[in-house]
Design a protein around this ligand. Sequence first.
Ligand code: FAQ
Length: 337
Amino acid sequence: MYTQAIDLAPHGDTATTGDARERAFEAAIAQDRRIEAQDWMPEGYRKTLIRQISQHAHSEVVGMLPEGNWVTRAPSLQRKAILLAKVQDEGGHGLYLYAAAETLGVSRDELIDALLSGRAKYSSIFNYPAPSWADMGAIGWLVDGAAIMNQIPLCRCSYGPYARAMIRICKEESFHQRQGFDIMLSLSRGSAAQKAMAQEALNRWWWPVVMMFGPSDSESIHSAQTTAWGIKRISNDELRQRFIDATVPQAALLGLTIPDPDLKWNAERGHHDHGAIDWSEFRRVLAGDGPCNRERLAARRRAHENGAWVREAAMAHAARQARRELATAATPEASEA
Ligand code: FAQ
């Protein structure tokens, strides 16, 4: 179920020869044209996109959990309405991205199964807890801020359906980042206890967000190929650096301290130097042993089980409608009566 009704030629089924198809693909990449679902593409390109787009989709839906948990506890009606809209947006992003992945010939059932069985990755960042209201500020400001930094270049990704999904997603992420910053601003200009809460949230989220950009370029196994294919436009380290450079003045405006004693402006490089990243923590979280990995997967599995009746009802309705349409087509006068 759910697979998009796009009529694709079976992969590899085309009149042109293998060499010509490959040359056409390489030319499109070299000329920075978009590859579309019906175009021939190398199997590695298709698999890489399925991997990245589905991980991204899973991240959006798992990413609803830390904030969704605060919808009933938002401190005012206005904050609640904003948070509710943001969490719904993340669900919508997941849907656009699953749909983009489906254009590559994989079904949503397969993708969801990979997530729920623990085979598929999703962003490390969503395996951290959100114990205070200030975490809603820190997630919007930092996590959405990092997501935008990573996703703006993806709007120019060589695969058309992914690039187009990213354009819409980035517009929404920018509202998310601003609402998070606004929460941090209110808290940091509030009572001493509120400012302390904002600082404490920044202390917990900073390093996980810095890691969220992925392994350093020297360790990144996919970067060379995804860059050659025009999927990745800017490297993990460069995006991380851009994020840090953009965030330092924002933290100063909030009057908060970034928890990195080695963070300082390097005039020669024109960038901020930062302290060493604890990659052992990153690897632990990716291996399933972060603070909330089990909790997050259990929540997704529960949601999937609880939603089974909705899927079954939708399927039953679709089947009945199809039967009706078939009957009408067979006896057109019945529909005119
Ligand atoms: N977490 O060779 P690379 C959001 C894996 S959306 C987990 O560098 P690549 C919105 C990587 O998959 C956040 N795994 O890989 C929101 C690979 O493993 P594999 C998600 C990670 O693909 C906000 C291995 O390490 N965004 O936040 C992570 O070239 C608030 C080697 O790494 C996207 O998915 C990580 N952080 O670069 C929602 C953006 N980093 O697959 C709710 C699209 C790396 O071989 C609330 N994705 N790995 O088993 C990308 O741009 C890329 O896939 C990277 C990784 C940059 C994430």
